[in-house]
Design a protein. Sequence first.
Lengths: 511, 106
Amino acid sequence: MLSPSSLPAWLGIALMVGLGALMLTIALSVKRMVLTTHDFIIADRRIGLGFGVGSVIAIWTWSMAVMLSSAQAYTWGTSGLLWFVVPNGLAVIAMVPFAVHLRRRMPTGYTIVEFIRERFQTTPATLVMLVAMIFLLLGSIFLNLFGVVLVTGVVFGLDKTVVLLLTIAIVTVYAYFGGLWTSTITATMTTLLVTVPAAVVVLYVLHKAGGAGFVFERVKDAGPEKLEVLRGDTAASFGLTFALGLLAVSMADQAFWQKAWAMRPQNLARTFIWAGLWFYPIPLCLGLLGFVGIAAGVGAADLGAFGTGGVGPYVVSHLGLPVLVVALYVLIIVNACYSAMDGAFSALSSLVAIDIVKRVRPDVGERTLFRLTKVSIPVAGLVGAIVVSSGIDYVKLVNVTFFVDSSLIIPLGLAIFWPRYTSRAFIASVLLAVAIGVPIRETVSELWGLVALLGVSLLVSVTASLLQRERFDYRRLRRQDELDGLAKPQAGEPHGPPPAVEAEAKPEPAT
Amino acid sequence: MTLVIAAVVAGAVVATAYVALAVESFRRVRRELASSAAHDASASSSTPGADELGTGSFAWRAGAGVIASTCLIVAISHAASAWYILPYLAIGSSLAVITAFMLDRR
């Protein structure tokens, strides 16, 4: 049933560069809308429902959603798809109460680290959040780099280092021009470029594999458990850990918070609900490739070092499909990875502007701040290039990072909703949860590690807060928020592109 | 093969509408930014009142999403014909964004 397609390596490079060129074109047309740091990191809080829904779907549709859904269906059957898909969409929708509540209390915020700083007014709490956030965003970049390496490696046999460096260069260049606007608009295009091609590719694959009925029967023959939706071993082996981890990733992801503060307020709840609901079909559709892999008898030896994550690309590149269909599939994956990476770059630049540069040099001039914010993107790209080319197991590093970030779910939720929650409780709960949860994860199992991490986090958070008898007045957030805003163009000042000379001559306050 | 062709046609129509509405929305935002009056309006709109950010329908919509996706997975576990629904639903995701752009026009 399967035989390798001999696709030339240059086609893989051309797809990567061509997609990058399209994104760069969009970024250059957006560039004229971005004149200040405020525009760059928060898009003047003008993101509407269309760009909001389109971009949130794309930000969440990273390499995990497009390739791991096939991998989980291949490994666990429909129960794997259930545990992969349902928590994924729910994680986006679950942002609604937190985002709405926080936006109401801190209407002109920029970052979740900024919220923690204003909420607790202590350096250690802010640092814990900042470090966690930076690692989470770098983790997202690494994981999506791996996604591009995987698909281009399986389909075209491209060299890992070449792909890594090329991907970083492409995304860094177009993310540099335009910040959040670029990220939002390119992400919205990504949603189109993932959903429609995914439908065509999957239908073509089913047709080529002999039809859904044939594949269904072959999957049934491979083992009836593959079509059992409620399997206890799937939940215990990966489902529960994965579901809780996803909730932590979405809630503690500055890429989401940046969007939450950048949207027109009346669209906020609706954007996350729509994005979560309409995210579901993407992994469901691409998950079918995993069943085709089962039906075709793809084995571990076929997938080699790429593991089960490579089953989707393997099926598509070994089924004798037309080159155009294979190219469409590669575009889906590469596009999803680019989009998630540029979202992470944009979120990282907001942390650099608000939580690093503005803290270290509060009186920094707008021009310098804008320049440093933009420069943070190539710097993050460089860090990514160094880490992924150093040979360390960065997929393992990402898994550990996501696990550690799960320690933020309860503290962050309590910080947003519970006025009695204190800074000492926040720091103690995060540190103790990691100190106890990580060793249990390493020595017992991931599930028990997570149970311990969340249990300790809740226990320490509540006990330490109740003992301190403090109460935070959330109205302070709004007042602080008004004082901390970044420079915005003044009323009457044109927002269009100013003459280059004028921009150069803009005076910078003495520092 | 008919299903593939139908998806290509539906996809082409959806893609055309999607790109047209995205470009229109982009131009509208750029026009708004170019006008200083609109910029003032933005400043006021960035401080929402409590009634603007409703979450009333959040729980049932989240529940509906979970139930619908679970039902789809149960369906594909029992009937091969249900598999063909999923690719068309993926095109539906782009339709949802199109609807969102149209709501933005109002």
